[in-house]
Write a protein that binds this ligand. Structure first.
Ligand code: NAD
Ligand code: AHE
Ligand code: ZN
Length: 369
């Protein structure tokens, strides 16, 4: 079949709307008609050329929701008409990682996914016979996408896809990092670096966990109002201080926070986030994604004296088992999504969504197909 998709032809180039050929789903694969997709900073990161796994030409997008249009041979867990969220972190329920009980990082399709291919090592997208690569196993910037069965969460048929698409990455990542990775306790003091879709979701998660104090940090003060709406108790602009931000936070909190979250992708701020943690027990969670060749550093003494450095991918959430519950938590009012959707537009305007993100004017733009 043919459909419209936004194609990333090369690093730093605007996406181009193209008519692409989409091959039928093969064994273990599913054809999804996309209804909506968010635009996450990670899409911009890969488009910038900073992603070591970035590969072009590709169809980006990994925060979508849609409806099963066709299934390939051997697909048993999904039927035509099911409502689904594509998962960049698959869940096969069989691999060493899935069975470990220690991680959500299923490896069933990860190797080929990182090469922009389906599990059999080929692409389902092409233009004039030339293959176009998949992205993060999702490629949601397309009217139709082929996704591995293990990379699809079946969700409640009544959930509004134009909202719950954001559970495909940003909101789940932030809430999950608080509840699964850090396991923030009631009354804890939390610092959140970066107030985009991820940081605001961390704040939402921290409030759900009953955190006592939530310190929101950003250089764009226009983000502070929404941070407060989600539960931030203090908002700090590092540019307003001469001292390093970690010192500012330590001074505000009688020795440091119990938990911090880096939601920007800046290795200097990853250090600040670790070093604003309390001696003896403070834990810092890296969520932000840093560019090729970048490395983190700190004095080992920071760890010797009890601070803990961790990372979190998709909030530690196992997509097929747990994401349907997140969708239902939205439907019954336990999780907020609507305020995150600051802009909506058609696929033809998708470059505008990237501009709004870079200008700091949006939290999430949702593309409606
Ligand atoms: P975003 O662009 O919407 O938000 C980033 C925020 O950081 C903005 O509010 C910006 O003003 C702020 N910021 C930038 N530089 C800053 C600085 N020097 N000091 C303080 N604040 C600063 O991005 P997002 O979609 O929320 O994503 C945030 C990060 O999380 C990205 O690196 C993204 O790739 C990553 N991410 C990781 C996962 C994961 O599973 N680990 C999932 C989704 C996104
Ligand atoms: N490809 C990059 C790393 C990108 C990355 O860290 N991705 C996050 C998800 S960001 C979603 O917005 C992730 O889950 N990583 C775990 C995984 O298996 O990809 C690189 O540095 O090579
Ligand atoms: Zn994302």
């Amino acid at each position: 079949m043919k459909c419209k998709a936004a194609v990333a032809w090369g690093p730093g180039q605007p996406l181009k709307i193209e008519e692409v050929d989409v091959q039928d789903p093969q064994a273990g694969e599913v054809l999804v008609r996309m209804v909506a997709t968010g635009v996450c900073h990670t899409d911009a990161f890969t488009l910038s050329g900073e992603d070591p796994e970035g590969i072009f030409p590709a169809i980006l997008g990994h925060e979508g929701a849609g409806i099963v249009e066709a299934i390939g041979e051997g697909v048993t867990s999904l039927s035509v008409g099911d409502h689904v969220i594509p998962l960049y972190t698959a869940e096969c329920k069989e691999c060493k990682f899935c069975l470990s009980g220690k991680t959500n990082l299923c490896q069933a399709v990860r190797e080929t996914q990182g090469k922009g291919l389906m599990p059999d090592g080929t692409s389902r997208f092409s233009i004039n016979g030339e293959p176009i690569f998949h992205y993060m196993g999702c490629s949601t910037f397309s009217e139709y996408s082929v996704v591995a069965e293990v990379s699809l969460a079946k969700i409640h048929v009544d959930a509004p896809l134009e909202k719950v698409c954001l559970l495909g990455c940003g909101i789940t990542t932030g809430i999950g990092a608080v509840l699964n990775t850090a396991k923030v306790e009631e009354g804890a003091t939390v610092a959140v670096f970066g107030l985009g879709g991820i940081g605001l979701s961390v704040i939402q998660g921290a409030r759900m966990a009953g955190a006592g104090r939530i310190i929101a940090i950003d250089i764009n003060e226009s983000k502070f109002e929404m941070a407060k709406q989600f539960g931030a108790t203090d908002c700090v602009n590092p540019k307003k201080f001469d001292a390093p931000i970690q010192q500012v936070i330590v001074d505000m909190t009688d020795g440091g926070v119990d938990y911090s979250f880096e939601c920007i992708g800046n290795v200097d701020l990853m250090r600040s986030a670790l070093e604003c943690c309390h001696k003896g027990w403070g834990e810092s969670i890296i969520i932000g994604v840093a560019g090729a060749g970048q490395e983190i550093s700190t004095r080992p003494f920071q760890l010797v004296t009890g601070r803990v450095w961790k990372g979190s991918a998709f909030g530690g959430v196992k997509g097929r088992s747990q994401l349907p519950g997140y969708v239902e938590d939205y439907m019954n009012g336990k999780i907020e999504i609507d305020p995150f959707v600051t802009h909506t537009m058609g696929l033809e305007d998708i470059n505008n969504a990237f501009d709004l993100m870079h200008e700091g004017k949006s939290i999430r733009t949702v593309i409606l197909f």
